[in-house]
Ligand binder design. Structure first.
Ligand code: RIB
Ligand code: CA
Length: 313
């Protein structure tokens, strides 16, 4: 089977970085057409720098990286330095990038690439706020025809929220954008906190990254060592939740995951529950299913795959 063509839309962020590395380490499964950056964990100037740092860390300076939207559609930008540190990639000391950003705006790149693509031939993998994706779909609704699937990290239901009691960060930052994407009619797979909080970098798993003895393995160990603080303190977790790498792992081995096709709608009016993913897990409404909402993961299988693929870099 030929590798799946994907565009990664991202706000690196240590967990985004691991998701990007997993994709770059898996050419037989994934062809990364490009990486589009969005403001989220840290401002756009840093997310678009961090994406290039990660590509150069593993000797991939030819990956095309684009800067996109620097703020949400209709709200002030909320960032997450309290989780990811001032740079967004705190943990390892990594050199500044030498590879250039592409001149084209990420939204123009998404539109141009999808308009030139065959029907249902590209998978979009948003790992941050959905501003770029929603902007492209609004400016050029015709591009939806080229999208096979959107596999995104965002939302939460049984787990509640991680930035407010009811909202997960990616959706909370740009709820209007999320609403556009979830109403787009495109097939969506959602990796919410309900599953990502089961993908924890325990000490043995972190030790396995470090034991690779490679620049990538050491960087991943140092990144997860840093960004586990927030979740350990807040949730008493055993380690950092690898939110975004669940997206990439799903592309490689969907059998690692279990979920349900349900209706998911986004709170965009009440400030109390702004950005909540209202997931009709129990089918109590007649709202049509619009997403595969993932709840369970084979965590040992996930980490075995991740560690094996990181060893290739
Ligand atoms: O809530 C977790 C999500 O928000 C992850 O994608 C993390 O990188 C941040 O973007
Ligand atoms: Ca992210």
């Amino acid at each position: 089977m030929s590798p799946r063509k994907i565009i990664i839309d991202t706000d690196p962020g240590q967990d985004d970085a691991v998701a990007i590395l997993l994709a770059l380490a898996s050419p037989e499964d994934i062809e990364v057409l490009g990486i589009t950056c969005v403001a989220g964990n840290v401002p756009l100037s840093l997310t678009s720098k961090n994406a290039r740092i990660i590509c150069e860390l593993v000797g991939k300076p030819d990956v095309k990286v684009y800067a996109g939207c620097d703020r949400p559609l209709g709200r002030e930008l909320v960032t997450a330095e309290h989780v990811h540190g001032e740079t967004g990639l705190n943990g390892p000391v990594l050199p500044d990038p030498t590879m250039p950003l592409q001149d084209m705006h990420a939204v123009d790149y998404l539109i141009e690439t999808l308009r030139a693509a065959a029907p249902k031939s590209v998978t979009l993998c948003p790992l941050g706020p959905l501003t770029n994706i929603a902007t492209a779909l609004t400016r050029a609704p015709d591009i939806a025809a080229a999208v096979d699937e959107i596999v995104l990290m965002g939302g939460g239901y049984f787990e509640g929220g991680n930035i407010t009691p009811t909202a997960e960060f990616n959706i909370y930052v740009d709820p209007q954008a999320a609403d556009i994407v979830f109403k787009s009619g495109i097939s969506i797979v959602v990796m919410p906190l309900d599953v990502t909080h089961k993908a924890l970098v325990t000490s043995p798993r972190n030790a396995a990254f470090r034991a690779l003895g490679t620049a990538a393995g050491t960087a991943v160990a140092e990144m997860t060592d840093f960004f586990e603080r927030f979740d350990k303190e807040k949730y008493g977790s055993e380690g950092a939740p690898l939110h975004d790498p669940c997206v990439t792992a799903y592309l490689i081995d969907p059998a690692l995951f279990k979920g349900r096709h349900i209706n998911v709608e986004i709170e965009t009016t009440s400030e109390l529950t702004m950005g909540m993913t209202v997931a009709d897990w129990w089918g109590v409404t007649d709202r049509p299913a619009n997403a595969l909402f993932i709840k369970d993961i084979d965590a040992d299988g996930f980490f075995a795959l991740l560690t094996e693929r990181l060893a290739r870099l």
